[in-house]
Ligand binder design. Structure first.
Ligand code: FE
Length: 332
């Protein structure tokens, strides 16, 4: 009798334990942890699943996942730019995921065709100008910035940044290598100063009058929007008359080595859901990938825009061409 009683108690203990012992998930990410931590707290409250973050720079994290192999804690790799996600896919970091929820929530051109990675927010890279010296009527497309009208008026971020490469990749896809080369050569000829190492620096140069116009990711402008020192900066949606403004993504995929793939997929599905999209995209002043989700104040004030619908996977596969092109025309 005593034995049966003991057995019963231990069975109850084990079953209780099963209910609460939810395996934590780990995300290796190059995103700033403070941007995603509040969402992951919310996920824990909803599901009981703790999500741990290991942050670092994307190349190092990719290397680490490959070196750790089967022993890695990484269930998910989360980063920015289709170029980087594509690289991670090529390196064999991701498992292909087939999820109806992810397919339904995320437009087709914003995810990998084989399900290795999924866009979770959109990052538009467009023309920003100084209202002190430039009129919006003179602006149209990325291509037009190669005209002599912009001589000594253009500032650019370095071509070594993946953002610049992805923009050039989208141009190569749309116009071909040779035409893009002509345009980028025109940009280089129009530069007012050396290239900059960050989007914020280049925005400050435009605001200070060092140049009149540049191309940056809009969330950098949004971060300066409340500062009266930069009130002369204006946004122009590029290429509205043809293919639309260049759009990149932040995104994530389930690693090939994850021991908890089913739960990792559920977390990605939740991040793509209406519940999470506003917060996920809003944290960095990016745009939600799910259509119809509300955007915050400065973004709303820029109005709707036509987006380039190129499959972002192509932005990855054309990176090498973009690097070569920049070298050929001396875009540093
Ligand atoms: Fe950025």
């Amino acid at each position: 009798m005593q034995f049966i009683k003991l057995l019963l108690i231990s069975t109850i203990l084990v079953s209780c334990n099963n209910e609460t012992n939810l395996e934590p998930l780990t995300i290796y990410t190059s995103r700033q942890p403070q941007l995603i931590e509040p969402l992951l707290e919310e996920y824990k409250e909803k599901t009981g699943i703790e999500v741990r973050l290991l942050s670092g720079k994307a190349p190092q994290l990719m290397e680490r996942i490959l070196v750790e192999g089967d022993k890695t804690q990484a269930d998910i790799f989360m980063t920015v730019d289709a170029g980087v996600l594509w690289q991670a896919g090529e390196k064999g970091i991701f498992e292909s995921v087939d999820s109806l929820i992810l397919k339904r929530n995320i437009p087709q051109h914003l995810r990998d065709p084989s399900g290795k990675w999924f866009g979770l927010s959109k990052r538009a890279r467009t023309i920003i100008y100084s209202a002190d010296s430039v009129s919006s009527a003179d602006l149209s497309s990325y291509e037009d910035l190669a005209y002599p009208l912009w001589n000594n008026k253009l500032c650019l971020r370095t071509s070594t940044k993946v953002y610049s490469r992805s923009l050039m990749a989208s141009m190569i896809d749309s116009m071909g290598y040779e035409k893009t080369k002509m345009i980028v050569r025109g940009w280089v000829n129009n530069l007012a100063t050396e290239v900059f190492s960050s989007d914020t620096q280049v925005l400050k140069a435009v605001s200070a009058g060092q140049c009149g116009v540049t191309i940056v990711n809009t969330y950098y402008l949004a971060r300066l929007a409340d500062d009266p020192a930069y009130s002369n900066l204006r946004l122009h949606w590029a290429n509205q008359e043809n293919r639309g403004t260049h759009v990149n993504i932040s995104g994530a995929g389930v690693t090939r080595f994850s021991k908890n793939k089913a739960e990792a997929i559920k977390l990605l599905e939740w991040l793509s859901s209406a519940d999470a999209q506003e917060t996920y995209a809003g944290a960095n002043k990016e745009f939600p990938v799910m259509p119809g989700i509300k955007v915050g104040k400065p973004l709303e004030s820029w109005g709707p825009f036509k987006e380039d619908l190129i499959s972002v996977e192509k932005l990855g596969s054309l990176q090498k061409d973009a690097v070569l092109l920049a070298q050929e025309v001396g875009y540093k």
